[in-house]
Design a protein around this ligand. Structure first.
Ligand SMILES: Nc1ncnc2c1ncn2[C@@H]1O[C@H](COP(=O)(O)OP(=O)(O)OP(=O)(O)O)[C@@H](O)[C@H]1O
Ligand SMILES: [Mg+2]
Length: 250
């Protein structure tokens, strides 16, 4: 049985989709078979940082309605063997959303990792995802509003999932100088605010934006900055003992 991982946040635009693309590409380069599920209904965009726009006519909705099999709807990356994308549908009914937990469990049985890119906020898709009881990565930027919303997301996952659910915090778009000066919450402050352990810190890195705009997966181009952080996070979720980024622990 593979591992299902949900990537959620309270606040939007914190870097979830970029993180999913980066971490999934790293896991695939470590020879795992990885399925990325874009569950951002109506706002699909995981295909962009993966460099997989217009590769599929089928999506998550087709699979949930049983109009298509998962193996037909999930498309393999042209340059990263073992990395598959299931695109987000334009819309989902309540009945279709209710099938999502079963599909994620099924997919986790067929891949080494099934990583679900959730929409921002605490809507129906996220609530359905939380019920699977899989590992949850809650993403926040190091600022008080984002951390407060991440705390609400963490409590939602705790209330809907099983006891002792594996929830981890990712600090995204972090700026070490701001944190060191005390002008932004540091790693300890963030852990205290959200109340879950820290899995990784992704630095602010303009190449995340430029590589996404070019449709070139960042981790194929770079091994530093955000790309290095995505690799560290991938190795940690694969069970390796890897230190947190040292520049954020001063
Ligand atoms: N580490 C980073 N450094 C710089 N820019 C980043 C970083 N991570 C993400 N971004 C940029 O921030 C914007 C939002 O990122 P992304 O789409 O990954 O966030 P999201 O949390 O998935 O958003 P949404 O809540 O809308 O789904 C994008 O323009 C992306 O390129
Ligand atoms: Mg997103």
């Amino acid at each position: 049985m593979g591992k299902a991982v949900f990537v959620a946040s309270g606040k939007g635009g914190v870097g979830k989709t970029s993180l999913v693309a980066g971490v999934a590409a790293c896991l695939a380069s470590m020879r795992f078979r990885v399925l990325c599920v874009d569950s951002d209904v109506g706002l699909r965009n995981l295909d962009i940082p993966l460099g997989m726009t217009d590769v599929t006519a089928l999506d998550l909705g087709d699979v949930l309605r049983r109009d298509a099999a998962l193996r037909d709807a999930a498309v393999e990356h042209p340059d990263i063997p073992g990395l598959f994308l299931l695109a987000a549908p334009p819309m989902l009914s309540a009945e279709e959303t209710a099938v999502l937990p079963a599909l994620i469990t099924y997919a986790a049985g067929r891949f080494d990792f099934c990583i679900v890119d959730c929409p921002a906020g605490l809507g129906e898709t996220v609530r359905a995802a939380a019920k699977v009881g899989a590992m949850g990565m809650i993403v926040a930027t190091p600022d008080r509003t984002s951390l407060r919303d991440a705390e609400a997301a963490a409590r939602l996952f705790e209330s809907l999932g099983p006891k002792n659910q594996d929830l981890r915090l990712i600090l995204s778009r972090a700026r070490p100088s701001l944190m060191a000066r005390g002008d932004a919450p540091n790693a300890d402050d963030a852990i205290d605010a959200v109340g879950i352990p820290l899995l990784g810190v992704v630095p602010e890195d303009e190449r995340v934006i430029s590589s996404s705009n070019r449709g070139e997966p960042l981790v194929l181009m770079r091994t530093d900055g955000a790309a290095a952080a995505y690799l560290r996070i991938a190795r940690r979720i694969a069970g390796e003992r890897v230190a947190l980024a040292p520049e954020f622990l001063k």
